[in-house]
Ligand binder design. Structure first.
Ligand SMILES: Cc1ncc(COP(=O)(O)O)c(C=O)c1O
Length: 392
């Protein structure tokens, strides 16, 4: 059989590889704790589940939905953006359902990038910012996120010819994997950059609702001029524990929204009407639920920060996201550290380079496991490090 080459161009999807390793250990009867994947352990809010159940038993939801989304979905999304971010969206033209943020990242690339175009992608970054452009046969120009710049890309450092050839700039704050939040003025600079180089800004806002200590994460669309140059991808997955539901949206520039819709009419047939109705309930009745989840993650964050500090791992507790981005201890690479904790502690953590070359020297853990398992995992990491040091 001959297969298309495009799949060979992208590294194996990190989490697929982690899942394989976990399954292997579990088959051997080992109790593995995975801190590798950002998949919330707690259930979707009850009113959202009830809305789905009710909608699913209404036969009118069983037919093809439209890619544009129902009027109720688009109005609920616009209402949420108005209340939460102070952003006005025209429900008719500036918002559309997405089957999760990941689908939107991939398809926005197909809608915006031609072969040979350049896509500016953060490094480290969510892996589909690399695979999406590659599937569109575009070139990826990594923008390193350095700790000393607060994990924000230095847009002035993008080489002139790469900026000139670029058509998309991916941004993502609060950030996966670093947990960094945007600094005042940065989104304004991104709008300026987009105008200067005719680049579409695609802000992936997957984590704005998981924040701590009174921090409020902005939408990119709050920035003056943002709608002229870009879109935002919003997801229900993390804030409302809805990763399995595939619910999100794309909002912002009407022309980009329309191109994305056109593309999707050829690839999928939209979001199940019952999921749209449940999403309306999430964005209205259960609007404050992510605040409760944030409190759960804050407690776990503090628990981990304290435990890591006690074993000498340098940590900066994040202001948002359920992630810790941590430097590996002296003497380890990302790979050797991940290997150590997997083999010795049966704890899965994500190696930094899985998010791009600048991730070397780091690992990521996710707080999406129950408190007692998290405590157990940190305890096991501590013992494996001790054993590693004794051996070395
Ligand atoms: C930065 C970022 N964007 C998007 C997603 C995908 O979310 P969804 O479940 O909405 O596809 C994730 C999931 O981990 C993510 O980390």
């Amino acid at each position: 059989m001959k297969f298309a080459r495009r799949l060979d161009q992208v590294p194996p999807y990190l989490f697929a590889e982690l899942e394989r390793k976990i399954a292997e250990k579990q088959r051997a009867g080992i109790d593995v704790i995975s801190l590798g994947i950002g998949d919330p352990d707690l259930p979707t809010p009850e009113p959202v589940v009830a809305a789905l159940a009710e909608a699913a038993s209404d036969p009118s939801t069983h037919r093809y939905p439209s890619n544009q989304g129902s009027k109720e979905f688009r109005e609920a999304a616009a209402g949420f953006y108005r209340r939460r971010f102070g952003v006005e969206l025209d429900p008719a033209t500036e918002v559309i359902p997405a089957l999760g943020g990941k689908e939107a990242v991939g398809h926005v690339c197909l809608a915006l990038l031609d072969p040979g175009d350049v896509c500016l992608s953060p490094d480290p970054g969510y892996p589909p910012y690399t695979s999406g452009p590659l599937f569109a046969e575009a070139e990826v120009e990594y923008l390193p996120l350095e700790e000393e710049n607060g994990f924000l890309p230095d847009l002035d450092a993008v080489p002139g010819e790469r900026a000139a050839g670029a058509n998309v700039l991916f941004l993502n704050y609060p950030n996966n994997p670093t947990g960094a939040v945007v600094e005042p003025g940065f989104f304004e600079r991104a709008v300026e950059f987009a105008r200067e180089h005719h680049v579409v800004v695609v802000h992936d806002n997957a984590y704005s609702e998981i924040t701590f200590d009174g921090y409020r994460a902005p939408s990119f669309l709050e920035t003056r001029g943002a709608k002229e140059v870009g879109i935002e991808i919003f997801s229900l997955s993390k804030g409302w524990n809805m990763t399995g539901w595939r619910s999100g949206l794309v909002a912002g520039n009407a022309e980009v929204v329309e191109r994305y819709r056109q593309l999707k009419t050829n690839l999928d047939s939209g979001m199940f009407e019952a999921v749209q109705r449940a999403t309306v309930v999430a964005l209205t009745v259960a609007e404050s639920f992510p605040g409760e989840m944030s409190e759960v993650y804050r407690r776990r964050r503090d628990l981990v920060a304290e435990a890591f500090a006690a074993i000498g791992l340098e940590v900066e507790p994040p202001k948002a996201t359920p992630y810790f981005w941590v430097r590996v201890p002296e003497g380890y690479t990302s790979e050797s550290f991940v290997e150590l904790v997997l083999e010795r502690a049966a704890v899965v953590v994500s190696p930094g380079p899985a998010y791009g070359p600048s991730g070397e020297g780091f690992f990521r853990i996710s707080l999406t496991v129950p408190d007692d398992r998290l405590e157990e995992a940190v305890g096991r990491i501590e013992s494996s490090l001790r054993a590693g040091i004794i051996e070395a």
